[in-house]
Write a protein that binds this ligand. Structure first.
Ligand SMILES: [Zn+2]
Length: 190
């Protein structure tokens, strides 16, 4: 029997992108946290196949859970590319459980990976807002900033050198270019 977390181990709270589900007590890796549930839709029935909302959870080619019902608190769980939980999909039982894949601390937001299809359709166009992607973007911005600073410093050095050269007007023409001045010239001579 899998260990199931008590319903008091989580709460709905404010996350960066709206609402989210947060741990209120430690949840051990491997624990079933919550069931993702709602009416089961059969795609062979046109009226059911027509239902469209962002809480549909596909079990397989035929069956889909409509998780938009209010009691389904699992619908508040946000996507993450580096999640602390996963969806345990049981098509035969037509059930989905969200299970911890890491030890989760009180206050942590619970996340799982919504999968490639969802990511491509909904997240890629607007940019994924999960912590992992935000960090990646932050790092890329920092790297771009460092690169710009480097280019600027190089340009300033060049300008300084040009200034020095023009101040040297009339002096003997220097045969050496800048490269020979940074220490490696000595070794080349030896
Ligand atoms: Zn992401």
């Amino acid at each position: 029997m899998p260990v199931t977390a008590s319903s008091k181990s989580y709460r709905v709270g404010r996350s960066k992108t709206g609402l989210g589900l947060f741990a209120t007590m430690p949840i051990k890796k491997g624990t079933r946290i919550i069931r993702y549930f709602g009416p089961i839709l059969d795609c062979r029935i046109p009226a059911q196949d027509d239902i469209e909302n962002k809480y549909l959870f596909e079990l397989n080619g035929r069956w889909t859970i409509d998780g938009s019902v209010r009691k389904n608190l699992a619908r508040y769980i946000n996507h993450s590319c580096r999640p602390n939980a996963e969806s345990d999909v049981r098509p035969r039982e037509r059930k989905v459980f969200i299970r911890a894949i890491k030890n989760i601390e009180p206050g942590d937001e619970i996340n799982y990976d919504y999968g490639t299809d969802y990511f491509k359709a909904y997240l890629k166009p607007i940019g994924c807002k999960c912590a992992s992607c935000e960090n990646k973007r932050k790092k890329q911005r920092a790297e771009a900033r460092a690169e710009r600073a480097k280019v600027k410093a190089r340009a300033e050095r060049k300008a300084q050198k040009a200034g020095a050269k023009s101040a040297n007007k009339g002096a003997k023409k220097q045969k050496l270019n800048g490269k020979h001045f940074n220490g490696k010239a000595g070794r080349a001579k030896a």
